[in-house]
Design a protein around this ligand. Sequence first.
Ligand code: VGL
Ligand code: ZN
Length: 195
Amino acid sequence: MDKNSALLIIDVQNDFCPGGSLPVPDGDRVVPVLNRYIELFNRQGLPVFASRDWHPLETSHFLAFGGIWPAHCVEGTKGAEFHPVLKLPPEAMIISKGMDPARDDYSAMHGVGPDGAPFPDTLKRLAVTRLYIGGLATDYCVKESVLAALKLGFAATLLADASRGVEIAPGDSERAVAEMRDAGAGIVTLDDLSS
Ligand code: VGL
Ligand code: ZN
């Protein structure tokens, strides 16, 4: 990784893991792999960001209010907490998204940091030009974050071994990966970065 790289972990929250309200099959399997990516970026002094889906109790994103998803990641609940085994460094910046009750918001690029600053502004301030992105779910928030990053002019690389999809239709994850690749994303696994 070059010095302008950063790690972006997408939505590794309890509700997206087995036992949660919108579980991604094997969603928790990304956690140990992400912990190794975290170590790698930390050791090189590169920033680590973690996004979280952070919904109000009533939002058009949820089935009960016209959306397509069961309620999940409601702000302040256990389901919205990061998976307990994810080892986020204390200096990792948390990016919250999905707070608007009137729209679906899948991309972390629409998120804000603890200071309320839009995430892309923070990346520019820190001179980050390349994002390595993994987490949940490949076919929704990971894909939308990768595509949005590319559109904003960042380089984006998918961490293939640290992402899993919801797979509402079988093959959704595979199609999402193809879409990211076609849009210009890199695709790597841990071996590619640590060797
Ligand atoms: C997500 C479905 C609904 C995600 C968020 O993080 O991929 N998926 N809300
Ligand atoms: Zn959501």
